[in-house]
Every structure is written in structure tokens, then in C-alpha cells.
Ligand binder design. Structure first.
Ligand code: PLP
Length: 397
């Protein structure tokens, strides 16, 4: 017997990633480890390597790394760039800042378009900077699709248009670690050169896998790129992947899980998955507004379907509130990161989430606001209930 008191029921993991893993995925992983050079493995490899393309919406290769999302960030850069290359990055929040410091450590020269974290990337600022770059020193434009620290979603189609309007040859790289499988994403249609993904957020998997979806232009750039790379190198991966195998041991049981996740997303229908996330985000925002609290994202066109970052009233600490809620209701909410530490808490509404999970989460927040004596108006939960009831549909089938 453990000394820890038992907590009945399921923990509410409502941070914006890792997201709760469905039982079906946990069961899919519960398999004997198989020989990753044997005949059976090749079938699994081919299945997930082709299946994952339907989630990125690409016909090109998607590379699967046994790594967290940070590894796939590094892979995107080291495969396509050379030391001293300038990359244009946009400060949508903490994750964009981390990607920028990773680029600096690799010997790249990131140019950072700074912002107040209260909206997604502004395409006009990117276009203006690219137009001014007549010497074409900028080799890549890097943006975060869903900025998980601030709850803003950048319109990638608009970023593509901005690059095209400037007639600039830079590669477009997009971090979709927290949005893939939760928000619509179109690697090919939006002309993205490298998309970086991760397993533990919209894909509903445990942490441990990450992805690069790669365009022909990025593959061509990788032939001339000089940054050192070995573990992250695309060429050996792509060569081995043709027959469903990997150059080194893949995360075998995570690939069983990935196959199940891809099936589940298609069984629900990707458009239904995205609409579900939009509804839950809207319900959450209505509660936040009813409490009289502020959404960190100020631009309605950029509201995130994945999470909502809620600004605390002055003089009240978000982490104290999170602690109260965790201790009383076994509900985990996201902490404020770096610039907004203590000032915001984040409600995740991504992954395997339904109406009652969201209402339970909002109820936990509202009760916590009361217990922690955070000034607010009660009645946020009924507002969300009303919206969800008005927009409810029976499950198809
Ligand atoms: C979670 C996250 C990351 C970091 O991924 P790790 O798996 O923790 O390495 C990067 N970017 C975004 C947008 C994220 O949400």
C-alpha cells in the first residue's frame, strides 16, 4: 500500500499538452515489443508513415523521430540551413522564443519580430521585412501555428501569401506541435516547407514522438545545407522509410499508438474533430467572459481552438489558483510561462475531450476562483452549458 491517499475518479489533465490519452490508444500500445528489423515491423512502419501524411495533409515524406517536439524543431533547422544563415522568426510567445534560442545555439542568426504575445503572427510585418531583404539573406521564415503559451493561432495561409507577395525565396517552417489533430492544418495547400509536429497534444498520444513533414523545396535545400547532423538527418530516414523501416530503433510501441490515433481521427472525421475543438474553445471563452476575466489573446481571428490563456486580476497569482484547483478538484491547468508567469493560467481544450469534460473543467475553475478568493462573477459554467446545449448534435452514426 502506498502512503499517498487515493484520489477517486480520473485526473483532469486539462493542460495544453500533454493531453489525456484515450484508453483505446493505451490498449493499442500494450503489445509485446517486436523486432524492428523483422517482417512484421515493415507493415506497421508503412502503415503509420502513410497514415500520418493524411493528418499533415501532404503527399510528401513525413519523418517520425523518437523524440519530443524540441528534437523535430532542431531537425527542421539542421537539415535545411548552414551556419550563419539568417532566419526570420516571430515572437508569438514562449515557444516561438524557445525555437529562436535553439536556432541561436545552432549557429544561425535569428531575426525576431517582437510582439506582446496577445495575437498570432502578423503577415504584414513579415511581408514588410521580406520586401526589405533585397539581398535575400533570409533563408527561412519560422512561425508557430498554435502558440501554446498565449492561446493564439496564426493563419498560415496568410503567412504564405505574405512570403509570395514579397516574391521571397525563403523556406516556410511551421511549428504545429500543439495544433496538429486539433486545428485544421494543410502542409501542401499552404505551401509549407517543413512542418514540425509532436505526439502528445492534438494527436492524443503520450509524449515521445515528433515529426517533420517536408516539401520538395526543403529536400532540395537539405542537399546544400551545411549544419552538422546525424541523428536528425532526413536522407537516411527517407531511404529506410521507403520499405517501412528506420535507420535506428524506432519507438515501436508508440507507433502502434500512432496507428490507433490516426484511425480514431478519421473515424470521427477531421472536420468534425476541428469543429469539436472550436465549440469547446468558444464555450470556454464564454465562461471566461462571464467570470469577468480577460483572454490573453486579444485578436478574435486568432483565438486558439486548443487552449485559452486567462489573465489573472491584478494582485492575484495564477499558480496559487492552479494549486488550489489541483488540491481540491484533481484538475491540472497550464501554468503561465516566462513573460506571463503567475499572470495567466491556461485551460487546455484539446485532444480527447467532450462536452462534459469541458464543463467539468470549467466547473473546477469556477469553484477554484471562489476558494482562492479571486475576484470574479459567478455563473460562467451555466453560460457554457447553454452554448453547448444550443449547439449540441447527436453523435453521427
Ligand atoms: C509543447 C510545444 C513545444 C515543445 O515540445 P516538446 O515536446 O516539449 O519538446 C514546442 N512548440 C509548441 C507550440 C508546443 O506546444
Amino acid at each position: 500500500m502506498s502512503n499517498e491517499p487515493r484520489r477517486a475518479g480520473r485526473h483532469f489533465l486539462q493542460i495544453p499538452g500533454p493531453s489525456p490519452v484515450p484508453d483505446r490508444i493505451l490498449r493499442a500500445m500494450d503489445m509485446p515489443v517486436l523486432d524492428h528489423r523483422g517482417p512484421e515491423f515493415g507493415k506497421l512502419g508503412l502503415k503509420v508513415l502513410s497514415g500520418i501524411k493524411t493528418i499533415f495533409k501532404t503527399k510528401g515524406p513525413v519523418i517520425i523521430f523518437p523524440a519530443s517536439g524540441t528534437g523535430a524543431w532542431e531537425a527542421a533547422l539542421v537539415n535545411t540551413l548552414s551556419a550563419g544563415d539568417t532566419v526570420l522568426m516571430y515572437e508569438t510567445g514562449h515557444f516561438a522564443s524557445l525555437w529562436k534560442s535553439l536556432a541561436t545555439k545552432l549557429g544561425l542568426k535569428p531575426e525576431f519580430i517582437e510582439s506582446d504575445w496577445r495575437a498570432g503572427a502578423d503577415p504584414t510585418r513579415i511581408e514588410a521585412r521580406l520586401k526589405a531583404d533585397t539581398a535575400r539573406t533570409i533563408k527561412a521564415v519560422c512561425v508557430v501555428h498554435n502558440e501554446t503559451s498565449s492561446g493564439s493561432l496564426t493563419r498560415i495561409d496568410e503567412i504564405r501569401k505574405a512570403i509570395d507577395a514579397a516574391g521571397h525565396p525563403a523556406l516556410l517552417m511551421v511549428d504545429t506541435i500543439s495544433s496538429l489533430g486539433s486545428a485544421d492544418y494543410r502542409h501542401d495547400e499552404w505551401g509549407v516547407d517543413v512542418t514540425v509536429g509532436g505526439s502528445q497534444k492534438g494527436l492524443m498520444l503520450p509524449p515521445g514522438l515528433s515529426f517533420n513533414a517536408v516539401s520538395d523545396k526543403a529536400l532540395a535545400a537539405s542537399k546544400d545545407a551545411k549544419l552538422p547532423r546525424s541523428f536528425w538527418a532526413w536522407d537516411e530516414m527517407i531511404a529506410n522509410n521507403k520499405s517501412g523501416y528506420f535507420p535506428y530503433t524506432p519507438a515501436t510501441n508508440m507507433l502502434y499508438a500512432l496507428a490507433a490515433a490516426i484511425d480514431m481521427l478519421h473515424e470521427e472525421g477531421l472536420d468534425n474533430v476541428f469543429a469539436r475543438h472550436q465549440r469547446h474553445a468558444e464555450a470556454t471563452r464564454r465562461s471566461v467572459a462571464a467570470w469577468g476575466l480577460e483572454n490573453l489573446c486579444k485578436e478574435p481571428r486568432h483565438y486558439s481552438p486548443v487552449l485559452t490563456a486567462v489573465v489573472m486580476p491584478d494582485g492575484h497569482n495564477a499558480d496559487q489558483l492552479r494549486k488550489t484547483i489541483l488540491e481540491h478538484f484533481d484538475l491540472s491547468l497550464g501554468t503561465g510561462l516566462s513573460k506571463v508567469a503567475g499572470k495567466v493560467f491556461r485551460i487546455g481544450h484539446l485532444g480527447d475531450t467532450n462536452d462534459l469534460t469541458i464543463l467539468g473543467t470549467l466547473a473546477g475553475v469556477e469553484m477554484g476562483l471562489g476558494l482562492a478568493k479571486v475576484p470574479h462573477k459567478p455563473g460562467g459554467v451555466p453560460v457554457a452549458m447553454q452554448y453547448l446545449a444550443e449547439t449540441a448534435r447527436p453523435f453521427p452514426g
